[in-house]
Design a protein around this ligand. Sequence first.
Ligand code: DCT
Ligand code: MG
Length: 390
Amino acid sequence: SRLQVLDISWFTDSMREGRPVTVETSHLTECSPPTADANVSQYACLRRTTTENHNKIFTDVLEELAENSEFNESKGPCLAFRRAASVLKSLPSAVHCLGAIQGLPCLGEHTKAVMEEILIFGRSFKVEEVQSDERYQALKLFTSVFGVGPKTAEKWYRRGLRSLKEILAEPNIQLNRMQRAGFLYYRDISKAVSKTEAKALRSIIEETAHWIAPDSILALTGGFRRGKEYGHDVDFLLTMPEMGKEEGLLLRVIDRLRDQGILLYCEHQGSTVDMSKLPSRRFEAMDHFEKCFLILRLEEGQMERDEGLAVRVDLVAPPVDRYAFALLGWTGSRQFERDLRRFARKERGMCLDNHALYDKTKKLFLPATSEEDIFAHLGLEYVEPWQRNA
Ligand code: DCT
Ligand code: MG
């Protein structure tokens, strides 16, 4: 590698000795960029991003700034910080100087300024300012509760509430069922779920589904399918090999989980799939498959932790002819999905979502029975799930 480690001893020595310091940006730009970076695409679906992130010191800060922008409803800056973090995650090595990021896409002036702070001082004053902001702290805390989105969090903040205790003590606040479960199991579900725990859940749900329908198909999706060690929940797809046979299956699985005494909470949503209205342009929009948001209880023997038994689980039940699209959509990452859709729209004149792929020029839906089919329709090289951690 032609990367040089940035030597800031001249700076720290001067500080210690009380000598005046002039920061010359040449110190930051002199090293040459790694040649491999010349072809980094602006689209995450044209990059390979494993769970091994060499630039966590930058991406953690950028993602926090993105979240802050989201709370402030600054969509542009939010997306810009998310895209910048995503590009850095895909790099094969750590960035040690600003010269190394020359020519990379999606790194704007704000991002570069933040990276420069981190390179020189080992910390970002910008993010520290955000972290110490009362509103940011409150919104982050409130949205960490299952069932609480930015709108509700903002409402509570405006009423002068600052802690979870204050919310629970406020008689005028009406929590919905999901939020009540969110508070009730807060301690457990705010902890990360491990891969071992995800596998244990997979066995439980698979056994339950097979007991009801032996030929049912269950797939682990979300972050764990991408090879992540930890996640905030566990996501599954459930379907049947024959069209229409999936109807009613999810409700029977839920009933069986309840009979086993492991269902702590369930919110079920029936299917609202209407092919005439697909595909939807907005990524953020929920898909229309039948699904349920659950909190399940894991036995102690299945846990890596000493205590805490409640785990968040999403179960989605698409019909088998939509399965490949649902699998691609629910595997994520969110940034990977956003860019797949953007690539489809901007580069191919196609519309992609969790249900379908539509060719706007040919005016037809493109069928797919596997994720490989969808990548092929888009004229993209196949990207393995563990390379989608954008
Ligand atoms: N997804 C989707 N539509 C939704 C929600 C999620 O298509 N309404 C997709 C995007 C990513 C994937 O499903 C899984 O979502 P999360 O569980 O939120 O993300 P994750 O990558 O599994 O990360 P985490 O470890 O936090 O669960
Ligand atoms: Mg998940």
